[in-house]
Design a binder for this molecule. Structure first.
Ligand SMILES: NC(=O)c1ccc[n+]([C@@H]2O[C@H](COP(=O)([O-])OP(=O)(O)OC[C@H]3O[C@@H](n4cnc5c(N)ncnc54)[C@H](OP(=O)(O)O)[C@@H]3O)[C@@H](O)[C@H]2O)c1
Length: 280
């Protein structure tokens, strides 16, 4: 039987896919470019993706707080169970009421479930939407001096794989954070140290953030939900540590400094790729 990994080309999904493959387990990548293709916007295609699947890792895109997400998760989980899927592992967000509603939908699906509830990913800074600001040397966010316990997606993937492959994680909600609270100014300092380049944090208002996002070509339909999401979760509600990595794996979570050190080479390569060398 196969494990389906939705978002299997994304930050956590790619790592989950690699780990399951290394264990010799059959994996189906859920992606718009896979065969059969998976697209949240094309419900007619979902059944083919779920054929002969025993367990599934559910990641949503762009975010569980976006319009339509809850309905999609509920419908997908229900179809998954009717298709014979026995185990669902949901990647969830931390401190968002709509993410909690999605968690509830998965709990009520009838499958064995595990919730992997996560803080901000460290890899947003080198594989996600914050790569470009890091390369530019200025991270502008409506985050004030709020502290976040950034989590490494390698830890998330380890927990997700444990939950997909072992029965002892059924019915568990793991809240995953890194081992320390950091402001975005702390992050900029760590990134400066790791890259040897000056990277600054610039606190902006939600309105300034939305205007800059529009200028950078973020689709109109995403700007509102994104700005609302940041305003919701960057109010200090998540400024505390959780111990989900140790609870699930029996080891500590990875620190931001280790992540930044390991990713430093990739930032240098990305800077060269983006601008032919003048930002490296
Ligand atoms: N980023 C964070 O800090 C953070 C923190 C907590 C929770 N989360 C949760 O993590 C999830 C995604 O996170 P991420 O930002 O790191 O993204 P990601 O997993 O890196 O996202 C990209 C993945 O989504 C797939 N995708 C994009 N559009 C799709 C569509 N229309 N239908 C199906 N698949 C699609 C992409 O596949 P293809 O392009 O190959 O189709 C790719 O595999 C969200 O649900 C979010 O709530 C994120």
């Amino acid at each position: 039987m196969t494990t389906l990994v939705l978002g299997g080309t994304g930050k956590t999904g790619r790592r989950v896919t690699d780990r399951l493959t290394a264990l010799g387990l059959p994996v189906r990548v859920g992606s718009r470019s896979a065969e059969p293709p998976f697209d949240w916007a094309d419900r007619d295609g979902w059944a083919a993706v779920l054929r002969d699947v025993d367990a599934a890792y559910l990641t949503y895109y762009p975010d569980l707080t976006f319009p339509g997400a809850l309905d999609d998760i509920r419908a997908f989980a229900s179809l998954a169970v009717r298709s014979g899927v026995r185990r669902l592992v949901l990647l969830s967000g931390r401190g968002e009421s709509l993410a909690e509603a999605a968690e509830q939908a998965v709990r009520e699906s009838g499958a064995e479930w595990t919730i992997v509830r996560c803080g901000w990913f460290m890899q947003n800074f080198n594989e996600g939407y914050l790569l470009e600001p890091v390369l530019d040397g200025v991270i502008a966010l409506p985050a004030g001096d709020v502290a976040e316990p950034f989590v490494d997606v390698d830890d998330i993937a380890d927990v997700a794989v444990a939950a997909l492959t072992g029965p002892e994680h059924a019915g568990r909600l793991y809240e995953l954070t890194g081992p320390r609270l950091m402001t975005f100014a702390d992050v900029a300092d760590e990134l400066s140290k790791a890259t040897g380049r000056q990277i600054a944090y610039l606190p902006v208002t939600a309105g300034e953030y939305a205007a800059a996002a529009a200028e950078h070509g973020v689709p109109e339909a995403e700007i509102g939900p994104l700005t609302t999401l940041f305003t919701e979760i960057l109010d200090g509600r998540n400024a505390y540590l959780a111990d989900g990595v140790r609870e699930a794996l029996g080891r500590p979570a990875r620190d931001f400094a280790d992540f930044a050190r390991d990713a430093a080479g990739a930032w240098t390569v990305a800077a060269r790729d983006v601008s032919g060398g003048d930002r490296a």
